[in-house]
Ligand binder design. Structure first.
Ligand code: COA
Length: 259
């Protein structure tokens, strides 16, 4: 794998997204590798728990790769986000516990990836946001649904409309993360300790608890379908072209607010 590092130790698999120079932004290739690695891990009997994190000290995942997103038209966008939904749904429905160790920025698709995991722990320097609106798009990898499930409708809408970044402590306060650890070292130590504990629990009960909790949320129903449609719609607008272009040119976007 080019963009992921996989290590397996004492039944615990750690997947590290490894595009540090791009703040671990999720390009299409990384998404494909994530799909593959979760498929592989699902059949590896010796692996009981997964920890997902980002390489380096700055970023978990700083979002979908904007350079790629910029090229999407409406049809292609629908295909891309449908594919990402399948991958993130597979993580959410994975039969073994998946722990996100959020070691820095969790923005856009990064926050969405963390939310697809079963639990989230963050280091003190982590920051969370759904800043897609600043690019003229909406969260498209499940964020409109999962953020609402986790923090409630009012806070979710505030975060998505404002694009505000929030600290790890604030993320904990609103229920977006389970807990905050002082340093990255402590974050990983905590996640490994928890993973070890979970790996000693009965496998079938573990799988069925995850399955039953997931049933409560009825994924892949109307909300998700609507998100795919709406994301694709955004990708046919001038504001989307301008928002992503401005990011690549490192300047402020000049939105015209027309179609
Ligand atoms: N897609 C593609 N590239 C990204 C990226 C993304 N989502 N996030 C960061 N990068 C790249 C930058 O373009 C830069 O690449 P370069 O060195 O080739 O120019 C590199 O990662 C480092 O990022 P940089 O912006 O220089 O770091 P910073 O510390 O100044 O700013 C952020 C950090 C997170 C505030 C800024 O990178 C950012 O706003 N990223 C986009 C966040 C976003 O909107 N995510 C949602 C996408 S749907």
């Amino acid at each position: 794998m080019k963009n992921l590092i996989l290590t397996i130790q004492e039944g615990i698999a750690t997947i590290t997204i490894n595009r540090e120079k791009k703040l671990n932004a999720l390009n299409f290739e990384t998404l494909a590798e994530l799909k593959q690695v979760f498929e592989d891990l699902s059949t590896q009997r010796e692996v009981s728990v997964i920890i997902l994190t980002g390489q380096g000290e700055k970023s978990f995942v700083a979002g979908a790769d904007i350079n790629e997103i910029h090229t999407l038209d409406k049809e292609k966008a629908e295909e891309v986000v449908t594919n990402a939904h399948h991958i993130f749904n597979a993580i959410e429905q994975f039969p073994k516990p998946v722990i996100a160790a959020v070691n820095g920025f969790a923005l856009g698709g990064g926050c969405e990836l963390a939310m697809a995991c079963h639990m989230r722990f963050a280091s003190e320097n982590a920051q969370f946001a759904q800043p897609e609106i600043n690019l003229g798009i909406i969260p498209g990898y499940g964020g409109t649904q999962r953020l609402t499930h986790l923090v409630g409708k009012g806070k979710a809408i505030e975060l998505m409309l404002s694009a505000d970044y929030i600290s790890a402590q604030e993320a904990k306060r609103i229920g977006l993360v389970n807990d905050v650890l002082e340093s990255q070292e402590e974050l990983y130590a905590h996640c490994r300790k928890l993973a070890k504990k979970l790996s000693e629990k009965p496998k079938i009960a573990t799988k069925l608890i995850i399955d039953a909790v997931n049933a409560h949320y009825q994924f892949d129903k109307d909300g998700f379908a609507q998100e795919i449609k709406n994301f694709a719609e955004c990708c046919s607008t001038d504001d989307f072209k301008e928002g992503t272009q401005a990011f690549m040119e490192k300047r402020k976007a000049n939105f015209k607010n027309n179609s």
